[in-house]
Design a protein around this ligand. Structure first.
Ligand code: HEM
Ligand code: HEM
Length: 215
């Protein structure tokens, strides 16, 4: 078996930045540290948008089109009979679920207010009913996200017990596989897209919370 590259530098960075950002967002949301919550929220929004763009122009294993599979393939992946490079069909479903839940949390946040001092940047454009609805979703969707994270980590532990160290692959980017090398793109291109998007979002919405945070 030869070593092949499975994850490019952006997917690896994306994953661990996502984990860090969600931890900061959860704690700052619960504690009411909303300046930190907003600034981190805009950075995560830029990161998620970059991931979606990378899903179109990035490496083979990052492609969004590879995340959608027929149910029969998902079932065989659950039974352990899918040896795809990158996400297998069951893992792909998990990734799609994460993207939907994370985007839902980010988008509803933009329309959420604490009804006292702090307003998401899009609150002023919609009716009070919609703001109420967004707030309700923002408060309850987080529980689904936590459940998905628990399932994700359980699946990774089960693979580990069965002898497959997926986390190591996601840290180093390479795996011992006898498959053909998937086509890779250099991750730095995605980081440039991320920096541009982060600059735009912070410039548009983040300067006030950022100045309160550092000042
Ligand atoms: C906040 C917690 C977490 C979230 C939200 C999360 C989310 C995700 C997402 C969205 C992906 C898909 C990556 C992509 O294609 O862009 C992924 C993959 C992966 N995650 Fe996590 N993750 C979390 C925690 C962890 C932890 C703690 C570990 C390891 C100990 C881990 C190990 C992995 C691995 C190994 C993959 C690749 C799976 C495969 O080979 O198909 N994740 N995760
Ligand atoms: C994935 C990203 C996000 C996560 C995980 C998250 C998580 C949370 C959590 C756990 C809370 C506390 C909810 C509670 O007390 O029941 C919260 C509150 C809040 N979030 Fe987020 N949030 C995210 C993104 C955003 C964004 C982008 C914004 C706006 C720019 C935002 C605006 C708010 C506001 C205004 C509150 C306070 C609501 C209140 O006090 O009633 N959030 N968030």
């Amino acid at each position: 078996m030869g070593k092949i590259k499975v994850w490019d530098g952006f997917i690896r960075g994306f994953h661990w930045l996502l984990v860090g950002a969600l931890a900061v967002l959860y704690i700052s949301g619960e504690e009411g540290w909303l300046e930190l919550h907003f600034v981190t929220g805009y950075l995560l929004l830029a990161l998620m948008l970059t991931r979606l763009i990378w899903g179109v122009i990035g490496s083979d294993t990052a492609r969004l089109s590879r995340l959608i599979n027929p149910p029969a393939k998902v079932m065989s992946a659950i039974k352990g009979e899918d040896s795809s490079v990158g996400h297998n069909a069951a893992g792909s479903l998990m990734v799609l679920l994460f993207f939907v839940l994370i985007l839902m949390q980010l988008i509803t946040g933009l329309f959420t207010t604490d009804d006292i001092l702090v307003y998401g940047p899009l609150v002023k454009f919609v009716s009070y009913d919609l703001v109420e609805l967004a707030g309700t979703i923002h408060h309850s969707n987080i529980d689904f996200l936590i459940a998905a994270i628990a399932l994700h980590i359980t699946a990774i532990i089960i693979y580990r017990i069965k002898g497959k160290n997926l986390a190591k692959t996601l840290i180093t980017g390479s795996a011992e596989l006898s498959s053909e090398q998937p086509k890779m793109q250099p991750g730095w291109k995605a980081y440039i897209i991320f920096l541009v998007l982060a600059g735009v979002l912070i410039g548009l919405w983040g300067l006030e919370p950022l100045s309160q945070l550092v000042g």
